[in-house]
Design a protein around this ligand. Structure first.
Ligand code: UD1
Ligand code: MG
Length: 450
């Protein structure tokens, strides 16, 4: 027996908060300090929605990604502090080897996640430098997610989905999607990276949406930690059948399953806390009027970080609920992405220097639109999602407002300045997350039992 008891290990969560604070300070300092270096390396862009044409340092997501990934790597030993002391105190077995096993699986969860984040950063940066065609860059996140899927497979991750009550008679209680579930997880990383990148182009938008999603994931993780035991969310106020008791699983005698659940959500927290830190520091400099641009690097990094926690901590469906504005923007964009409607290089709103307001930007048809294009646009116009300019004689479509959530918000609420439009995006994202929590913890009880 050691003479003095070993110092009780500092709970890793405090270390994670400490590392995040450090990451915040480094990022908030480095971003302006490295601005001129980026401009000199020709990593710069013009702010499309301003009168001035000064070069703004672009791809500063590279700084964010570097600080973020290094923080995560620095944190790895701390995630295992409890084990260090346990291993040191464990009685050696007859062969002199400790009976306690090092949890290699947990380490591989960390390492595979970091590989995926590195590839995402690499891809984003290449995209910033070379402007890769999207059909060329689409397969890369697919390959980047293979390590995540292997780890998921190694722990025999769940590939079944619970069938909603009305379909139980037909399909039974559980359906095993098997390989299809892996396909879905591959698509998730491609979607999360690209969907943030195409909801972009006004000051602060990329970092703000990622920040709201990261905070939503954190709130969701906190619901699974032991301190939340017995805390009731008064969902009956929102019309649900019953309140939800959070941490309930943990409270029930700390079954093995619930401990796994806690571990997974702790893992997610360890990845989200430093992300919130670096994004907040970046947003400080990227807020209207922006002194720096994120570049595709930041969009890919953030998107991959969400895919990583969604897959590794097994809450990808809840995660998708936090992506509602991105899903809306993507579906609305489909006719432009797939060539049904002309897609200009930039679809950001149009800036009017006289009023300092943003107006919906437009895509022009150089040739007569096909029947299918006209039909789709008339439906979208009927739903109030776009505004069309038609020929006075034959009524054929000449122009449409670009198919993005920003242009939709401007069509719906009228012209506004850039800062307000971003605030409106944040409000939408927050509202989406609130709906997500109600759906996940409230309505799920109506559709599923238990
Ligand atoms: C995506 C969008 C594109 C949008 C662009 C804006 C699709 C299919 N693509 O393209 O429509 O115009 O993002 O990021 O939807 N910029 C600003 N203010 C900002 C941020 C960016 O003016 O706050 C401009 C700068 O000129 C910057 C450029 O956008 O250089 C970056 O565009 P880039 O990321 O290369 O565009 P994509 O991701 O290819
Ligand atoms: Mg981009």
């Amino acid at each position: 027996r050691p003479l003095i008891d070993p110092i009780p290990p500092v709970p890793a969560i405090y270390t994670s908060i400490g590392v995040s604070l450090l990451a915040f300070l480094i990022t908030i300092y480095l971003i302006p300090a490295l601005g001129p270096t980026f401009v000199k390396a020709n990593l710069k862009g013009r702010d499309l929605l301003k009168i001035y044409a000064d070069p703004i340092p672009e791809s500063q997501g590279l700084v964010v990604a570097s600080v973020y990934i290094l923080s995560l790597i620095l944190f790895i030993p701390f995630a295992f502090t409890r084990l260090f002391t346990e291993l040191a105190n464990a009685k050696p077995s007859t062969e002199g080897i400790s009976v306690l096993e090092f949890p290699h699986h947990q380490l591989s969860v960390y390492l595979s996640s970091i590989i995926s984040l590195l590839i995402a950063t690499f891809l984003g940066f290449l995209d910033d430098v070379f402007d890769i065609r999207w059909r060329h860059k689409l397969p890369i996140p697919i390959i980047a997610s293979i390590p995540l899927l292997m780890v998921y497979f190694a722990e025999r991750g769940n590939t079944t989905i619970v069938v909603p009550l009305p379909f139980r008679g037909l399909l039974g209680q559980l359906v095993d999607l098997g390989p299809l579930y892996y396909l879905y997880m591959i698509m998730l990383s491609t979607f999360s990276t690209n969907s943030i990148n195409i909801l972009a182009g006004i000051n602060g938008s990329e970092a703000s949406q990622a920040l709201v999603i990261a905070l939503s994931v954190i709130v969701n993780d906190l619901l699974y930690l032991p301190w939340a035991v017995g805390f009731r969310i008064p969902l009956h106020l929102l019309g649900s059948r019953a309140d939800v008791e959070v941490g309930g699983l943990w409270g029930a005698g700390m079954a093995k399953g619930s401990q796994v659940l806690v571990e997974r959500h702790l893992f997610s927290l360890y990845f989200m806390l430093p992300l919130v830190a670096v994004l907040t520091a970046f947003l400080y400099h990227n807020w209207y009027p922006a002194r720096v641009f994120p570049g595709d690097t930041l969009c890919y990094l953030a998107g991959m970080a969400f895919a990583v926690v969604g897959i590794q901590a097994h809450f990808s469906k809840t995660l998708l609920l936090f992506f509602m504005p991105q899903i809306f923007n993507f579906i609305l964009s489909v006719p432009q992405l797939f060539g049904l409607v002309p897609c200009p290089r930039h679809r950001v709103p149009r800036f009017d220097p006289d009023t300092n307001l943003l107006y919906p930007s437009k895509a022009q048809f150089l040739q007569h639109p096909s029947k299918l294009s006209s039909l789709v646009l008339h439906i979208l116009s009927g739903l109030g999602l776009v505004e069309l300019t038609t020929h006075s004689r034959d009524g054929s479509i000449l122009e449409t407002t670009n198919l993005t959530i920003f242009n939709f918000l401007l069509v719906r609420f009228g012209p506004m300045n850039e800062k307000r439009l971003n605030q409106l995006l944040i409000t939408t994202q927050v509202a989406g997350s609130i709906v997500a929590f109600v759906v996940r913890y409230g309505l799920a009880g109506l559709v599923y039992d238990g």
